[in-house]
Design a protein around this ligand. Structure first.
Ligand SMILES: CC(=O)O[C@H](CC(=O)[O-])C[N+](C)(C)C
Length: 302
């Protein structure tokens, strides 16, 4: 994807379908490290005389696998499974739509500013499903850490949140999700297209890039996406899993986190996030490119 083939108009619908395939690839490659990330980000704070639950990424991985088996790493995957494929479908759709709206001539490549803005549009669209999906996922991922199994699964969690406190509770953390996803989505697609163009030899087409180069562009996009998404993600995970009334607002989460743990806390789970970001997003963009090629072959004039 990225740039449209000269003369071919962008099809947001094809982007949507191929984006769904990309989301499934992203999830299978990335969920185990996402579980570790959320557990590290939300583990209970301790005083200097107490032991921390997890000392780092490897420790969290080892303890999770020995206590819960490999499936423990896939805990809470029900909600993302139903959420990530549509989320990526919407993200790629919004990106494609933005590019379509900003492109007057399919023979002229987009500017980087247009690519960034189109990516941000995708981030706005996805928040509608990402905010509740993240709320449910984070609550399920941390509940076995806290030792209290309150929710039986994603559907039970969604129903209980809704019954107990209504739709506001299901959508708790929406503003932080927007702060996390709008700029990072822009940077995500911008990086992917930039690296792809950079890796395209003079006189060759960006559409015939080899698989290792697509992997490199996708993985790099994933890393840069998380460099700017991680601080709001830490705030979001803490806010969405906190007991009601614990924080008065977003600034309160930020202030309390920095007061208790210092500014470094904003990059909590960094290793797990970065270990996941490259393979998960490389798989995502590769899945997207393969699916889009298939769709263009099946329905060339569409
Ligand atoms: C913050 C986030 O969810 O990033 C997505 C990739 C990933 O590693 O999960 C990509 N996107 C920017 C499309 C939301």
């Amino acid at each position: 994807m990225g740039e449209t083939e000269p003369g071919r108009r962008i099809s947001p619908v094809k982007n949507f379908v191929a984006g769904g395939v990309a989301g499934a690839c992203l999830l299978f490659a990335g969920h185990p490290l996402d579980t570790i990330k959320v557990r590290l980000q939300t583990q209970p704070k301790v005083s200097p005389t107490q032991y921390v639950l997890y000392t780092g990424t490897y420790d969290c991985f080892r303890k999770t696998v020995s206590k819960e088996g490999i499936l423990g790493l896939y805990r809470g995957m029900g909600a993302p499974l139903a959420g990530v494929a549509p989320m990526m479908a919407i993200s790629f759709f919004g990106f494609g739509l933005g590019k379509q709206l900003l492109q007057s001539d399919p023979n002229i490549p987009h500017t980087y500013a247009q690519i960034f803005m189109s990516g941000m549009l995708g981030g706005v669209f996805t928040t509608v499903i990402v905010a509740p999906g993240e709320r449910i996922k984070c609550l399920l991922q941390v509940q076995s850490t806290s030792g209290q199994l309150k929710y039986a699964g994603p559907v039970d969690c969604a129903i209980r949140l809704y019954k107990e406190q209504g739709i506001r509770s299901v959508y708790k953390g929406t503003v932080l999700t927007l702060i996390r996803d709008v700029p990072s989505n822009g940077l995500y697609f911008l990086t992917y297209e930039y690296v792809k163009r950079l890796l395209t030899p003079e006189g060759e087409s960006v559409h015939h890039l080899s698989t290792p180069k697509i992997i490199l562009a996708g993985g790099t996009a994933g890393i840069l996406n998380w460099v700017i998404a991680l601080p709001p993600d830490v705030l979001k995970s803490n806010f969405q899993t906190a007991a009601d009334g614990r924080y008065r607002g977003l600034m309160d989460v930020l202030k309390e986190l920095i007061r208790e743990e210092g500014a470094r806390a904003l990059y909590k789970g960094f290793t797990a996030v970065m270990l996941r970001a490259f393979p998960a997003n490389a798989a995502c963009f590769l899945g997207f490119e393969v699916a889009l090629k298939g769709l263009n072959w099946l329905a060339p004039g569409w």
